[in-house]
Design a protein around this ligand. Structure first.
Ligand code: 5SP
Ligand code: FE2
Length: 252
């Protein structure tokens, strides 16, 4: 797919943009359960349960049966969920869809907070980023395991979050791909203030590698949702990431 790419921004440019935007260079540890593995007939209740157990945000997986071989839900469900759960929980929409441009406005109207699209799904990331921002949402940019991090880098100065997939998108409950960690480390070294999310097979066994590599936004589906004690799993994931962030700041 031919993509219109800008030059890779220098570290300093990204930092000053983020400093200007947020007043701080610090990124924080956040855990966002993916509700894909939960009982979707009880979506509202499941989301409330996750927030009560200490989730920082909710990661909502939208699949269109075309970009990935699975179907979940779309903006009408998100709108209902927003009404049911209230204005506070942050909705990170993971848009595994072939035409991400199509759903920006409907998702914004439905109450989404962040629109994370796949780089592989568009020929014009720049105009999509602009449109998402103009719709009042934060911008996330995701890459599948086969996409290099260098392809994402030119956009890093314009996005709020980079999502490094640690499984092939489409299904929950898959095995964590440790060989994606160099992508996270590279992004963290080049863009020290960027929010970096990992998604797929992340749980108590794999969190140490994610945290050490530099991920700070942790999506966890089956490990959290299917646990007898989701509160403890969320707390563990968050603590491991917080400690890694602290260590990194002391090493600087
Ligand atoms: O986007 C996806 C899968 O495509 C993820 O959000 C998964 O749903 C996470 O679930 P686990 O792999 O943690 O079970
Ligand atoms: Fe996801």
């Amino acid at each position: 797919m031919v993509r219109n790419t800008p030059k890779i921004p220098k570290k300093k440019e990204v930092c000053s943009r983020l400093e200007a935007g947020s007043g701080s260079m610090a990124y924080t540890a956040k855990v966002g359960p993916s509700i894909l593995s939960s009982d979707l007939s009880q979506l509202g209740r499941e989301c409330e349960r996750m927030m009560e157990c200490g989730a920082d945000y909710l990661h909502l997986d939208v699949m269109d049966g075309h970009f990935v071989p699975n179907i979940t839900f779309g903006h009408p469900m998100v709108e209902r969920l927003r009404r049911c759960i209230g204005p506070d929980p942050f909705f990170d929409m993971h848009m595994m869809v072939s035409r991400p441009e199509q759903w920006v406005k409907p998702m914004a109207a439905a109450g989404a907070n962040q629109y994370t699209f796949h780089l592989e799904a568009t020929t014009n990331p720049g105009s999509l980023i602009k449109e998402i921002r103009e719709s009042g949402m934060k911008v996330g940019l995701a890459i599948k395991p086969g996409t290099t991090v260098e392809e994402l880098a030119p956009w890093a100065g314009q996005i709020d979050m980079a999502l490094v997939m640690t499984v092939e998108p489409g299904f929950g409950g898959q095995k964590f791909m440790e060989d994606m960690m160099p992508k996270v480390s590279w992004l963290r070294s080049q863009f020290p203030s960027l929010d970096i999310e990992v998604d797929g097979g992340v749980g108590p066994d794999s969190i140490y590698r994610c945290a050490e590599a530099g991920a700070n936004m942790i999506v966890s589906g089956s490990a959290v949702v299917s646990s007898d004690d989701p509160r403890s799993v969320i707390a563990l994931l968050k603590n491991v990431v917080m400690e890694a962030i602290q260590k990194r700041s002391l090493d600087r």
